[in-house]
Design a binder for this molecule. Structure first.
Ligand code: UDX
Ligand code: ADP
Length: 458
């Protein structure tokens, strides 16, 4: 079959894999190849056991794979053939040197740009999918276009707004697709080409075009605003616990104001995930580097509040378990940073687990999808932690259970059976407010929700 366009995606992770699967599924006239340096990852994409868990992803990959969707480790061949190259390699927070702990580590991105250059014998459209600091596209364009061979590249920013767990819906019915380019005739033509691709399945009015810096900054701004809502509601949850107000009632009441809206107001043990903290720190770094100290401090507080909320959750556990958890078995329900994903990056469960281990608790972790990642994340702690896929076994003999991920299955466990198998007094710390607190209290548990008055027998 002949294809009208050839797309390459470099980086077969949580962003690149699902995004390319949907493009291939919706655009049978386009040939899509996804490459990665990690052979194990590519092998998994070519198997029946995909490397990431995302509801609905399996079906889409099965429909398109081998037809117009291909996974390969041959980055060079992929670059040679491609008209459009999406780049979705990792951009972690820098762990060294200038900007360590805040700035984005651009080494993978720059390496990729140099690879594109090395294997290109004609101009291409290069699309930033990874979240990157503002002005990265311009820097990349300079690297790519200083090739001395007269080959011209257009670097676009097409930030990803998908959230894990709902990635397929976010990709298939996005609120918007944002494409930024240089505002030259060539830049605008390039962004039109990518806009046309999305318009195959996304209503045209939802495809927004802008200059490249606006697109880059919009991504950071969207994540900063979302995280800010969470830190705001979590700050209020602490106040609710002191004042007998109920955070879910407050969230409902404010969410009916159409200017505020009801989404993203669920108080919790804190937000996690690979994006929020990283993107805000990135924003903070950029603001600092432009001398905007007040702007930097304002956004930094969103991250500080999140760290405080996680620490507060553990302090509540300790304070109510007679100021010691040493030697006590504690079941941590959920290790993924949110439900419906196996991803554990920046998971609040990790902070909670490590704090409990520091207090010498015996922690048992259970999770429906994230145990493999949890084992890797906690390999340094040795015997201080156990893993069990069965929540009933995890809770057996425990003094407390802590709900750290809002998995639906945890709402319908047989809590009477769990209570009977636990040490007494038995405690539940519901870090996601998903359980029926009154029912648990009536079974005999001491119940500590987020932002609500605890229900205590002791
Ligand atoms: C986020 C953005 O939503 C997405 O648009 C962006 O492109 C990538 O970053 P993601 O991190 O995958 O997506 O998940 P998200 O649904 O935003 O949840 C982030 C964290 O906030 C999770 O730990 C989640 O449990 C928590 N959360 C979310 C709450 O605690 N309460 C809420 O009401 C919503
Ligand atoms: P994200 O959540 O942003 O998609 P991931 O870490 O899940 O991030 O995926 C990024 C992928 O990019 C990883 O699979 C990594 O191996 C891959 N990668 C990093 N550098 C390169 C490179 N130079 N060429 C190809 N793939 C790369």
């Amino acid at each position: 079959m002949s294809f009208s366009t050839r797309i390459l995606c470099i980086g077969a992770g949580h962003v690149g894999g699902p995004t390319m699967a949907v493009i291939a599924d919706r655009c049978p006239h386009v040939r899509v190849t996804v490459t990665d340096i990690n052979k194990q990852r590519i092998d998994a994409w070519n198997s029946n056991d995909l490397p990431i868990y995302e509801p609905g992803l399996d079906e889409v990959v099965k429909r398109a794979r081998g037809r117009n969707l291909f996974f390969s480790t041959d980055v060079a061949a992929g670059i040679r053939e491609a008209d459009i190259v999406f780049v979705s390699v990792n951009t972690p927070t820098k762990a060294f040197g200038e900007g360590a702990g805040r700035a984005a580590d651009l080494q993978y991105w720059e390496k990729t740009a140099r690879e594109i250059l090395a294997h290109s014998d004609r101009g291409k459209i290069v699309v930033e999918k990874s979240t990157l600091p503002v002005r990265t596209a311009a820097a990349m364009a300079r690297i790519l276009n200083s090739n001395g061979r007269g080959i011209r590249f257009q670097v676009l920013s097409n930030p990803e707004f998908l959230a894990e767990g709902t990635a397929m819906r976010d990709l298939e019915q996005p609120d918007r697709v944002l494409i930024g380019s240089e505002e030259t005739p060539e830049g605008i033509a390039a962004r039109r080409a990518v806009a046309d691709l999305y318009a195959t399945w996304v209503p045209r009015e939802r495809v927004i075009e802008s200059n490249v810096w606006s697109a880059e900054l919009s991504k950071l701004t969207a994540n900063a605003f979302l995280a800010q809502r969470l830190s705001s509601i979590n700050a209020m949850s602490a106040l609710c616990e002191r004042t007998e107000a109920d955070i879910d009632e407050v969230a409902y009441a404010i969410g009916t104001d159409s200017r505020i809206g009801p989404k993203f107001l669920k108080a919790s043990v804190g937000f996690g995930g690979s994006c929020f903290k990283k993107d805000i720190l990135n924003l903070v770094y950029i603001a600092q580097s432009y001398g905007l100290r007040e702007v930097a401090e304002y956004w930094e507080a969103v991250v500080r509040m999140n760290e405080w909320q996680q620490a507060r959750f553990v302090r509540t556990m300790l304070a109510n378990m007679f100021n010691t958890v040493a030697g006590k078995r504690i079941a941590v329900l959920g290790f993924a940073f949110k439900a419906d994903t196996g991803d554990t990056r920046e998971s609040p469960a990790m902070t909670v687990t490590r704090a409990l281990i520091a207090e010498r608790a015996r922690v048992v972790i259970t999770d429906p999808k994230a145990l493999a990642n949890a084992r890797v994340d906690l390999q340094d702690v040795g015997d201080a932690v156990e893993f069990d896929a069965d929540p009933y076994r995890a809770a057996q003999g425990a003094h407390a259970i802590a709900v750290t991920t809002e998995w639906a299955v945890y709402k319908t466990l047989d809590y009477k059976r769990i209570y009977d198998a636990m040490e007494k007094p038995a405690f539940v710390f519901d870090g996601r407010n998903i359980l029926d607190h009154r029912a648990l209290f009536e079974i005999g548990f001491n119940v500590f929700p987020i932002g609500k008055t605890p229900l205590k027998h002791v």
